[in-house]
Write a protein that binds this ligand. Structure first.
Ligand code: NAD
Ligand code: UFG
Length: 344
């Protein structure tokens, strides 16, 4: 298939692009570069060539999903048969400070994309949702039918979009839509060529751990050790981004054959605490990660992990990489960045 990948130059997008190329799909990348840059496109092309993938099956359009005319141009020029929609803003704290930016970018952007898809006769759609939609309404493992109660504007954009997608599929049986609720994607492609490149101070655990290990920051702040968990620190379901990317290919194949709307969790179904992540990272990479325990971060839940049965039974999806792989591959990417910076 010719697949339009919005947010295709982002962290998850580059890994999904690689997985799609590996499966023989053509990939049309669309990104407005708000959280990435065109150097990532070069890295992606280098990776494709190195892996013997058809780099000519990769094209890029700099465009914004909110811009109807730009979308029409991209659809007319590239004629996609399916869309994987990852473009969006994703920082929880920023979404509390700038809710209108988040609703406009994430919700309006998705509505415009769906409008143009319908105009152009494209009906297969895979959407990046998030485990953050579960909030504190139920207990883990979260099944896809568990009640949702996101605790911040970012999470509410994801839930609103899920509702829009469900309503759209119910109103028009040409649509074949899948929402993927990602748990905590970490790690990087084994080549070290693509990975997570946060701008400014990282919000998430793994990028912060890496910057401390690299000596770019003094120590990690562990947000609370008084949670009702075995060691008192927060527990999350970390999933290797390469596994997550493979889940998109399976979801796309599923969506292409199934009219209607379905939701799938993408996680490993098991949690790791913050201290376990630190310990594993130190052991695997032989690099110390100094840390200090500080207060809880407002809005954090104690434990989050996925029920994986639905994705396993319906999509045939099962994560293969474990936490040691995630820590090793993340560090390989960070080391290459450091090496490049010292070479310059
Ligand atoms: P990312 O910021 O690296 O990638 C998102 C990409 O979308 C960026 O390259 C950005 O430039 C682009 N973008 C943003 N707004 C756009 C717009 N209006 N038009 C065109 N491009 C736009 O983030 P990521 O981690 O790769 O996340 C991808 C998706 O997955 C997001 O929708 C995010 O909400 C979702 N998600 C991420 C996580 C996570 O922990 N990384 C967890 C759950 C869900
Ligand atoms: N943590 C720290 N110190 C840090 C950063 C994080 O102790 O500097 C802790 C958090 O308190 C939490 C765990 O590490 O216990 C993971 O935190 P992340 O910020 O990496 O991940 P979250 O689970 O809070 O949220 C992430 C994304 C959301 C997404 C969600 C899906 O940020 O966008 O996963 O479950 F929706």
């Amino acid at each position: 298939m010719r697949v339009l990948l919005t947010g295709g130059l982002g962290y998850i997008g580059t890994h999904v692009a690689t997985a799609l190329l590996e499966s023989g799909h053509e990939v049309i990348l669309l990104d407005n570069l708000v959280n990435t840059s065109e150097t990532v496109l070069e890295a992606l092309k280098t990776l494709a060539k190195r892996e013997g993938l058809a780099a000519e099956n990769l094209t890029f359009f700099e465009a914004d999903v909110r811009d109807l005319e730009a979308l029409r141009f991209v659809f007319t020029a590239s004629k996609p048969e399916a869309v994987v929609h990852l473009a969006g803003l994703k920082a929880v704290g920023e979404s509390v400070a700038l809710p209108l930016d988040y609703y406009e970018n994430n919700v309006t952007g998705t509505i415009h994309l769906l409008q143009v898809m319908r105009e152009q006769g494209v009906f297969t759609f895979v959407f990046s949702s998030s485990a953050t939609v579960y909030g504190e309404a139920s207990q883990p493992p979260f099944t896809e039918t568990a009640p949702t109660a996101p605790t911040n504007p970012y999470g509410r954009t994801k839930r609103m979009i899920e509702e829009i997608l469900s309503d759209l599929a119910a109103s028009d049986d040409r649509f074949r839509i899948v929402s993927l609720r990602y748990f905590n994607p970490v790690g990087a492609h084994e080549s070290g060529l693509i990975g997570e490149l946060p701008r400014g101070v990282p919000n998430n655990l793994m990028p912060y751990v890496m910057q401390v290990a690299a000596g770019l920051r003094e120590k990690l702040h562990v947000f609370g050790d008084d949670y009702p968990t075995p060691d008192g620190t927060g527990v999350r379901d970390y999933i290797h981004v390469v596994d997550l990317a493979r889940g998109h290919v399976l979801s796309l194949n599923y969506a292409a054959r199934h009219p209607g709307y379905e939701v799938f969790n993408l996680g490993r179904g098991k949690g790791a605490s913050v201290l376990e992540v630190i310990r594993t990272f130190e052991e695997v990479n032989g690099t110390p990660v100094p840390f200090a325990i500080v207060d809880r971060r407002p809005g954090d839940v104690a434990i989050s992990f996925a029920a994986t049965d639905k994705a396993e039974q319906t999509l045939g999806f099962r994560a293969e990489y474990d936490l040691t792989d995630m820590c090793r591959h993340a560090w390989q990417f960070q080391k290459r960045l450091l090496h490049e910076q010292t070479e310059r």
